[in-house]
Design a binder for this molecule. Structure first.
Ligand code: ZN
Length: 438
């Protein structure tokens, strides 16, 4: 079985339902860049795909960074003088600033106020805030609730620990025929946020689950890593072998209703950049191709100049461009099963093109070979035996000079990549093409 067979057997309805269920399963966990919620998430992924859990000790120097202390959160609340929890971590983990230092104190509203974060422009939503690299504490709540808090003496408690521990990440390696690798990476560090975080995790997990049953040309490495520090740690630990990465995708925000967005690698003309653009164009679906920028997700690290890996970022609506981004409104209601399944379908098609993109040399370059006597061409136009696209046959024969890949031929001819690949395989089976080893 190969990725083509997976695509042929894919039922989008079933896939979308299963992916959405995983988003709902993972939603309540209080993830961060370290800690137990992150480990629980990785264990969940490990139930669906073969995953190695890695731990990097706090204090480890990784490139220009240091692995931070591990954050443990047990409870957090603001109580009024009647003992009622007016802000409660138990109701939503977004209510506590992620990575908050511990605090137990009584204070007036005026003293508490600088530690409260709200969104005045979206007064019913709770913001998502972090304090990873600056030790502080705080609470997030709706602006509407904050403005209605009366003067009172409040009891503030964040029952957390910042202590030496480890940074956890998950790595799923699927060996293929060559040690050349395709890297698929997603961030796993956001707490209850669905599109930004969970959609990417669930897509990567589902891809890994499908690919593990396939015989593969490339080896595949799936990374489930906390944003920024996770990719920096991984790059630091794997610097000697990153050259194996020939193609890569960072997956994020792939579950909303928006069209597809692909941000190219820093190289701009990497094979993966051309393949994603081609796959989206062939589908005729709404999409946008963006140039690389040193902002966004972990492609920033993979594409830093000292690595410059061919890694792009596949999204629907990019971070910061949907109003629910980094708020309590980025909940499972924002994510659509059909959108998740559509993202899966495109990613499988991209990987299938990467697997199938080869170079051939025509064995009969002087004049066209006679296709009719080989059953590859009918006297009337149309499709020959086995549904081979005759125009694609002619294009493949003409451009198979060792220089042009099947992707080049698809782009130049305007024929679908799958048709070009099918034509090349038919011609090779008749001894008319010879594959050029890469
Ligand atoms: Zn984010």
């Amino acid at each position: 079985m190969d990725i083509r067979d997976v695509r042929a057997a894919l039922d989008l309805g079933t896939a979308g339902t299963a992916m959405f269920r995983s988003v709902e399963d993972l939603y309540p966990l209080c993830r961060s860049i370290t800690g137990e919620g992150l480990r629980q998430t990785l264990r969940y992924v490990g139930e669906h795909a073969p995953l190695a859990l890695r731990e990097v000790a706090s204090g480890t120097e990784v490139l220009d960074w240091t692995v931070p202390k591990e954050w443990t959160i047990r409870d957090a609340y603001v109580k009024n003088s009647r003992g009622e929890r007016v802000v409660d971590f138990g109701r939503s983990n977004l209510h506590v600033v992620n990575y908050s230092a511990p605090v137990r104190a009584r204070m007036s509203l005026g003293e508490l106020r600088p530690h409260l974060h709200t969104l005045p422009d979206a007064p019913d939503w709770v913001p998502y805030r972090t304090s990873y690299y600056r030790e502080t504490w705080g609470f997030c709540l709706s602006h509407r609730q904050m403005t209605s808090l009366p003067e009172d003496e409040y009891e503030v408690c964040i029952d957390s620990t910042l202590a030496d521990g480890a940074l956890s990440y998950g790595e799923c390696y699927l060996p293929g025929a060559t040690s050349d690798e395709v890297l698929i990476s997603c961030h796993v560090c956001h707490p209850s946020l669905a599109n930004d975080n969970l959609s990417g995790i669930v897509l990567a997990m589902t891809l890994a689950r499908h690919l593990r049953a396939c015989s593969l040309r490339y080896s595949y490495r799936f990374l489930f890593i906390p944003g920024t520090i996770g990719s920096i740690a991984w790059l630091a630990l794997n610097e000697a072998t990153v050259e194996r990465i020939k193609h890569g995708l960072v997956l994020a925000c792939v579950g909303d209703r928006g069209g597809f967005t692909y941000k190219k690698s820093r190289r701009g003309d990497a094979e993966v950049d051309r393949v994603v653009a081609r796959v989206l164009q062939e589908r005729g679906v709404p999409h946008r191709i963006e140039e690389f920028s040193p902002y966004g997700y972990d492609e920033r690290q993979f594409c830093s100049p000292g690595f410059n890996l061919p890694v792009g970022c596949f999204m629907r609506t990019p971070h910061g461009q949907f109003p629910e981004y980094h708020t309590s409104a980025d909940n499972p209601g924002l994510v659509q099963p059909a959108s998740l399944a559509g993202s899966l379908e495109v990613c499988l098609a991209v990987l299938d093109v990467l697997e199938g993109n080869r170079r051939y040399m025509s064995e009969n370059p002087k004049g066209e070979p006679q296709l009719g006597k080989r059953g590859l061409y009918r006297s009337m136009g149309g499709f020959a035996q086995g549904g081979v696209d005759e125009l694609a046959l002619l294009w493949v024969l003409n451009l198979s000079d060792g220089e042009h890949s099947l992707l080049d031929i698809a782009a130049r001819s305007g024929r679908a990549f799958d048709s070009v690949r099918g034509a090349a395989e038919a011609l090779a089976a008749h001894g008319l093409l010879k594959e050029i080893p890469t």
